[in-house]
Design a protein around this ligand. Sequence first.
Ligand SMILES: C[S@@+](CC[C@H](N)C(=O)[O-])C[C@H]1O[C@@H](n2cnc3c(N)ncnc32)[C@H](O)[C@@H]1O
Length: 277
Amino acid sequence: MTTTAEELREEVRRRYAESARAVMAGDSDGCGCGEGSCCADVEAGGKQFVEAFYDAEQSRDLPETAVLASLGCGNPTAVADLRNGETVLDLGSGGGIDVILSARRVGPAGTAYGLDMTEEMLALARRNAAEAGVTNVHFLKGEIEQIPLPADSIDVVISNCVINLSVDKPAVLTEMARVLKPGGRIGISDIVAEDHLTPDDRAERGSYVGCIAGALSRSEYEAGLEAAGFDDISVTYTHEVANGMHSAIVRATKTRAAHENGLHVIEPTASRRIGIG
Ligand SMILES: C[S@@+](CC[C@H](N)C(=O)[O-])C[C@H]1O[C@@H](n2cnc3c(N)ncnc32)[C@H](O)[C@@H]1O
């Protein structure tokens, strides 16, 4: 039986809602409710995720549930070079760890937005931000394929282990370019496959909700970003998480205005999807 894009999206939503509920109830960390979450399927070199990706100074002043809910595969705030007064958007913000850290980096003159489609994750993130005492944050409900923000409004887009979960990756890349100001940049952590791995090879190495089966290859990522209007593109592997699959840092800059590339038009179709069978 073929799984449709909508069924896959619902499966992702259910999985991460369950994860948020477990953290809120104090039952477990976000990884602890069984197989098939990003951090269950993606190993961090044997270390706890927060310890592996965030330095002690960054994680010390975070609420415990923000740390426990961290389900990423890297630390986009470490690579995004955030500056005082900037506006940052985190795609798939989960329990809010990277939004809270970004809000502190951009200071009171700046703003950090978190976007997530899962109500339970948004509730957890809002609670964590209040506990952390950051006020320059906004958590928005929505899908990263249709970002509910105006064109040319964001300085930096970050994301941590989410784009591989999207059922329409070209739409996500196009939307990132649309909302970024000219000169705006992306600093993304994601799972990336070596180019020789077919979609079936990727699916053999891990589940879709576990952030493996839906991963783009390096050249799919580069071509997708270029088509969406980005320049200065780099995809750098940081550590291998399965045979031929890597946690990676993806950087790029938007050099053109949204209208120069026709980036306001979003028409997701099955043929534009990448990385799902
Ligand atoms: C693996 S977790 C990562 C959460 C967070 N970035 C972190 O590092 O802890 C994936 C998150 O992305 C959200 N998500 C997945 N696909 C999404 C989509 N298409 N639109 C919006 N949110 C999405 C899920 O609800 C979940 O909170």
